[in-house]
Design a protein around this ligand. Structure first.
Ligand SMILES: [Zn+2]
Ligand SMILES: [Zn+2]
Length: 265
């Protein structure tokens, strides 16, 4: 099956409309497309959805129009610091986009410069930063039980240009330990190609060491593009599948007829 469940539109920080995305998915021969607008967060309006009802109504409208040709799902990318009412959505992708220090939210992924502000709060201590980040994320995952865990190690977004976390062996061991802790929730790990399409990374999230550990543990994975434009809804999927096969994965998950099912790769 050709699918993507991590899709942003003009309802949040995406560049294409819901209908444009569906039309592109149809052209590309997709079996299913899932929308995952950034869930509302009261402390940061810069990229979240402020009209969730309008978003859900628009997805219902395109579903009526194209629902016989393609499966269309209304999901959400919920930020771990602002859990929502899950019952409104077909599925929940849970992501952590902030370091929360002393009641202040520092975005993890907006820019390297912004990340440096958070690094200075931690006095350059990568391990303490990562402990706080993954600790809060795992608590959220095990409490609110999202269906999919979004870009688990987003905090390494700028690491290829500005190595900070990944060269640190202690960090990598901590990330693996926390990923295994998160996997206990039964949530599906997203293999996310979004930072590749936007030129930040050459490999998907999570880091290969995490993927190896998840494979050993029997965790499930799903391939997602984290697309912010209709042209990137399947970006890097073939390379990501090749990487998963190399690591030993034999299947990926898809949301099909309302249920998550595995399919061989
Ligand atoms: Zn995200
Ligand atoms: Zn996203």
């Amino acid at each position: 099956m050709l699918t993507n469940y991590h899709t942003h539109t003009t309802f949040c920080d995406g560049k294409s409309t819901v209908e444009e995305v569906v039309l592109t998915a149809l052209e590309k021969g997709f079996d299913a497309i899932g929308f995952s607008g950034h869930g509302y967060t009261a402390f940061d309006y810069s990229y979240c959805m402020r009209d969730t009802d309008g978003y859900l109504a628009e997805i219902r409208r395109v579903k009526e129009k194209y629902g016989k040709e393609i499966e269309i799902y209304a999901g959400v990318e919920e930020d771990s610091s602002y859990p929502l009412d899950h019952s409104q959505f077909d599925y929940v992708l849970g992501s952590s986009h902030y370091f929360r220090v002393g009641g202040v939210y520092y975005p993890v992924d907006s820019s390297y410069e912004c990340m440096q502000v958070a690094v200075s709060v931690y006095r350059g201590d990568a391990i303490r930063m990562a402990e706080d980040y993954y600790g809060a994320f795992c608590t959220y995952i095990n409490t609110y039980r999202p269906d999919i865990i979004g870009h688990f190690d987003l905090l390494t977004k700028f690491d290829e240009q500005h190595p900070f976390f990944l060269p640190n062996e202690e960090y990598r061991a901590l990330a693996v330990k926390c990923a295994l802790e998160a996997a206990k929730s039964g949530a599906i790990f997203e293999v996310n190609t979004g930072a590749i399409s936007r030129g930040y990374r050459t490999t998907p999230y999570p880091h290969a060491e995490i993927l190896h550990a998840l494979k050993k543990e029997g965790a499930k994975v799903i391939l997602c593009a984290d697309s912010h434009h209709k042209d990137t809804i399947d970006f890097g999927f073939e390379d990501a599948k090749a990487l998963l096969r190399e690591i030993g994965f034999t299947s990926v998950m898809h949301l099909h007829r309302g249920e998550f099912k595995s399919e061989a790769i």
